[in-house]
Write a protein that binds this ligand. Structure first.
Ligand SMILES: CC(C)(COP(=O)(O)OP(=O)(O)OC[C@H]1O[C@@H](n2cnc3c(N)ncnc32)[C@H](O)[C@@H]1OP(=O)(O)O)[C@@H](O)C(=O)NCCC(=O)NCCS
Length: 236
């Protein structure tokens, strides 16, 4: 499921001094990651130039946006994003839980429109700036995107609950984005991951006090990283 990743590099006299990973998202936006400039070459505009190169590609290929995330503690990366025209979308927090062996009450669904309606009314949508975590990035949830997820059997629904559940290359952990259902949605996601045979489930939640409380009550704990992840977007 992992989309192809490319690395943009900046060279100085034949030596790589800065890099940035570029990955297409499900909505065709480009996700920027692994930004690194050699310490001896920082504050000389290399990262800025790599962002501009990615932006030129987005325009050339008629893609909708560039997106990236960074830790709220990483001021340099936040300044870089703001200085290159990115807009702060929301802050997310990564939570993890062992799965539970109990029926989730969820079933796979193709009814993207219905799930989208639930999502749009939810705190998850509002506090996440209309974006969810999916695969190794975040993207705005639209009916088109949700249809693609549903076609992959990743959309699960129950009574007022909607969850997108997917997996990456590692086999024992599932990933979930709860779209609707509050604490019950989080509990159901944990169980659904168990039903699919996973030992653990992780999620990125909008960093809102109510949502964080729901997660705690549903048995999720803070992940070892990504507890304050700021999502940025630059639309083209
Ligand atoms: C973040 C990082 C990639 C920036 O690379 P860089 O090549 O030094 O960035 P640039 O020179 O293009 O900086 C562009 C702008 O970003 C901001 N910026 C970059 N580093 C900054 C810092 N340490 N403090 C404050 N602002 C900073 C400034 O606005 C800067 O413009 P200015 O120098 O004209 O003021 C680099 O610091 C790095 O490799 N950090 C360690 C890895 C990391 O944290 N990566 C980001 C993960 S999301």
């Amino acid at each position: 499921m992992l989309a192809a990743r490319e690395i943009l590099v900046a060279e100085e006299r034949g030596r790589i001094v800065a890099m940035m990973g570029v990955t297409p998202c499900l909505d065709r936006a480009l996700w920027l990651g692994q930004a690194r400039t050699h310490p001896d070459f920082r504050r000389q505009g290399y990262a800025q130039r790599l962002v501009e190169a990615a932006r030129a590609r987005v325009r050339r290929e008629r893609r909708p946006a560039l997106r990236l995330w960074t830790s709220e503690r990483n001021l340099a990366a936040q300044r870089l994003a703001e200085s290159t025209g990115f807009r702060r979308i929301a802050v997310f927090t990564r939570r993890v839980a062992r799965t539970r062996r109990a029926p989730s009450g969820l079933r796979t669904s193709r009814r993207a429109a219905e799930a989208l309606r639930l999502w749009r009314r939810s705190l998850f949508c509002r506090q996440g700036g209309g974006h969810i975590a999916y695969q190794r990035h975040f993207l705005p949830l639209t009916q088109n995107v949700l249809k693609k997820m549903a076609a992959r059997n990743e959309l699960l629904v129950g009574q007022d609950i909607a969850v997108v559940l997917w997996t990456q290359e590692e086999r024992r952990t599932a990933f979930a984005s709860v779209l609707a259902g509050g604490q019950r949605g989080l509990t159901a996601a944990r169980r659904a991951a168990g039903e699919r045979g996973y030992a653990a489930v992780q999620t990125f939640l909008p960093r809102d006090p109510r949502i964080v409380r729901w997660a705690r009550e549903a048995g999720f704990i803070k992940g070892s990283w990504g507890t304050r992840a700021v999502l940025y977007e630059r639309r083209v």
